[in-house]
Ligand binder design. Structure first.
Ligand SMILES: Nc1ncnc2c1ncn2[C@@H]1O[C@H](COP(=O)(O)OP(=O)(O)OP(=O)(O)O)[C@@H](O)[C@H]1O
Length: 387
């Protein structure tokens, strides 16, 4: 239904004008004069009928990803494919023309989504009723409050019978009664098997209504999976949950849930490295209360056909016995002279038996590139032609 493959989005920082106060604040502190990657290497596939929450800190790339998926921004790299009618309610300012009346904007917007004039005529009153704006519908939209604007945008988006609904955090602008109405509509869409992707800072909301959470950090997708794990991870990253605090959890004894690659521990995630560069492989594990002590980790770096290239281990007891999510950083000061794409496989073993209690191979890859085009090892050589 929605597929993004290798999607990156670069903005040029020079003369970048903030279009909102929020952006102005978020952008402060970013180096100017550089290319700025708002999204990097995003691979995601969302199937029909899924309700997915998109979360992450301010400026992590959530709105940019929605705009790229909605076709409003063109990705710098990668491919997007979406099947079905896609309706989106993006940030204020995107979608409506301020000089036109609410009525004209409803017609314009719905016709851009492929509805005929007659179809729009038929649903017009229902849209206006849903938005609760009958007295305002013939005013120019630039005179609407942000809440009124969002009401109308949401009303159009849900009336055009979309297969895919993309909703930005704008819902938070509506008052409580309207938010409830929107959530009821989202719930109805869910039961009708439509696909919903929405941005929110409310992790409680994600836990209560989503099948899945995507977590962005500095433009990279650092988690894609179960809401209860993703929200805990994000709370930890945002500092609202102590990393060693007891968290009730009882699905498995120890589960590797996330791998990220960076130069330094805690540094910005990256997936492309050069030989000789520093590499940190960070593994996040989820440990339950009854996890056995004396656990240790084996981490295999796998090459093509899952061939183990090298092994990294913690010492026995290198995993806390306390429950919760924790991260182990394996830092390689100098990447060997290797080339290619590498995956990670993790075994959690109990020293008492030496038997792995959990294994997981992650699909996330990192690449080591160099001037040489093929092969696994970078070998110095000379080519000379004789005769
Ligand atoms: N048109 C643009 N030109 C340049 N930079 C941009 C543009 N739009 C967004 N950015 C930058 O890209 C980064 C990601 O922005 P985005 O709005 O996607 O973040 P977000 O996760 O939605 O944030 P928030 O939670 O604050 O809404 C930010 O640093 C932002 O300043």
């Amino acid at each position: 239904m929605i597929r993004a493959t290798g999607v990156g989005k670069k903005f040029i920082s020079y003369h970048r004008r903030a279009t909102s106060l929020k952006e102005l604040f978020v952008r402060r502190g970013q180096a100017s004069g550089d290319d700025f990657w708002a999204l990097r290497d995003i691979d995601v596939e969302i199937g029909r009928g899924q309700t997915v929450g998109l979360a992450g800190a301010n400026g992590s790339g959530k709105s940019t990803l929605l705009k790229v998926l909605a076709g409003i921004l063109r990705p710098t790299h990668g491919e997007i494919s979406v099947s079905g009618r896609i309706a989106s309610l993006l940030e204020l300012g995107a979608g409506f023309n301020g000089e036109l009346t609410g009525r004209d904007n409803v017609y314009l917007n719905a016709s851009l989504l492929g509805l005929s004039r007659r179809e729009i005529d038929r649903m017009f009153d229902s849209i206006v009723d849903f938005a609760e704006l009958p007295h305002k519908i013939d005013d120019e939209v630039k005179h609407y409050s942000s809440g009124q604007y969002v009401r109308l945008g949401f009303a159009v988006a849900v009336h055009v019978d979309p297969d895919v609904l993309l909703v930005d955090e704008v819902l938070a602008v509506g008052d409580e009664a309207f938010q409830k109405k929107c959530l009821a509509k989202i719930e109805q869409f869910r039961t009708q098997g439509r696909t919903i992707l929405f941005v929110t800072h409310s992790l409680d909301l994600i836990e209560s209504i989503c099948d899945r959470i995507l977590v962005l950090e500095s433009g990279s997708m650092i988690f894609d999976g179960a809401p209860e794990i993703g929200t805990r991870l994000l709370r930890q990253r945002l500092g609202s949950l102590p990393s060693d605090g007891p968290v009730p959890y009882d699905v498995a004894a120890a589960r590797p849930v996330l791998v990220t690659f960076a130069r330094d521990p805690g540094g910005p995630p990256q997936v492309q490295f050069d030989p000789g560069e520093k590499l940190t492989v960070s593994l996040t594990l989820d440990l339950t209360q009854d996890a056995p002590e004396r656990l240790y980790l084996h981490v295999y770096v796998l090459g093509q056909h899952d061939l183990p290239i090298w092994l990294m281990e913690t010492s026995v007891g290198g995993i806390p016995s306390k429950p919760g999510l924790f991260t182990v950083d394996f830092t390689v000061p100098k990447i060997p002279e290797l080339l290619g794409a590498f995956a990670i496989s993790v075994h959690v073993s109990d020293a008492a038996t030496g038997v792995p209690i959990t294994k997981r191979r992650f699909d996330d890859l990192f690449g080591i590139s160099g001037p040489q085009a093929g092969g696994l090892l970078k070998v110095d050589y000379e080519a000379r032609t004789r005769g």
